[in-house]
Ligand binder design. Structure first.
Ligand SMILES: O=c1ccn([C@@H]2O[C@H](COP(=O)(O)O)[C@@H](O)[C@H]2O)c(=O)[nH]1
Length: 235
């Protein structure tokens, strides 16, 4: 049975064994899992296969950003592994996103395809240093509209932008939000953050949560606390 929970747990572990050790304590009917750059670079497709074998839907968070042909081929390779969701950087532009979308369609692959807008670790000063002089909120809006018009199923953004994107792009456009910080957790390197409950109320469709669970003294207790907070939210 697949999860209809909004929770996606980021398995940011340095090895296959460490990731599976946590996955074996999670219930695939209560959350999805995310495989990112570190784990995939160390373990490759084996980790995806192992998680599928345990009944999890997998978000392969490799944030592809390259020329259109290369990204389309990488997205196809990810989708052929049967992952639930894969992503690209919206900053790669319309032609890149359209090529990825067309490749999935041509091969009848139903993996959800979303685009990263502005990383949740970035604030205005970080954008200014790379030559973007608008606010993070404005830049997220611009890239989300481009992503929607290029055929993406949704975006990665911070929960601080979810409410505006719900107005602009509708409920069914996915708003996948990392930078989720329950009141008990450290901010770490994240900058545009919200609590799980605030994020759901704001219109996030999925919450990506890593260290607040994976680095907690008792990961299962941390996850239960988040679920309890969500059960009380009016969404
Ligand atoms: O804008 C983004 C895009 C991706 N991420 C990823 O989400 C998790 C967040 O982990 P935490 O430990 O909860 O901070 C991590 O895998 C990032 O690579 C993001 O944080 N922001």
């Amino acid at each position: 049975m697949f999860s209809d929970s909004p929770l996606i747990i980021a398995l940011d572990h340095p090895s296959l064994d460490a990731a599976l050790c946590l996955a074996d304590r999670l219930d695939p009917s209560r959350c999805r899992v995310k495989v990112g750059k570190e784990l995939f670079t160390r373990s490759g497709p084996d980790v995806v296969e192992a998680l599928h074998g345990r009944g999890f839907q997998v978000f392969l968070d490799l944030k592809f950003h390259d020329i259109p042909h290369t990204v389309a081929s990488a997205v196809q390779a990810a989708a052929e592994q049967g992952v639930w969701m894969v992503n690209v950087h919206a900053g790669g532009g319309r032609r890149m996103m359209e090529a990825a979308r067309e490749r999935l369609a041509r091969h009848g692959l139903e993996t959800r395809l979303i685009a990263v807008t502005v990383l949740t670790s970035m604030e205005a000063a970080d954008l200014a240093e790379v030559g973007i002089t608008t606010t993070p909120a404005e830049q997220v809006e611009r890239l989300a509209l481009l992503a929607r018009d290029s055929g993406m199923d949704g975006v990665v953004c911070s929960a601080q932008e979810s409410s505006r994107l719900r107005e602009l792009c509708g409920d069914s456009f996915l708003k996948v939000t990392p930078g989720i910080r329950p009141s008990f957790a450290d901010v770490d390197d994240q900058r545009r953050i919200m609590t799980p409950r605030e994020a759901m109320v704001a219109g996030s469709t999925h919450l990506v949560i890593g260290r607040p669970v994976t680095q907690a003294e008792d990961p299962m207790m941390a996850l239960a606390a988040i679920e309890q907070e969500l059960a009380g939210s009016e969404v």
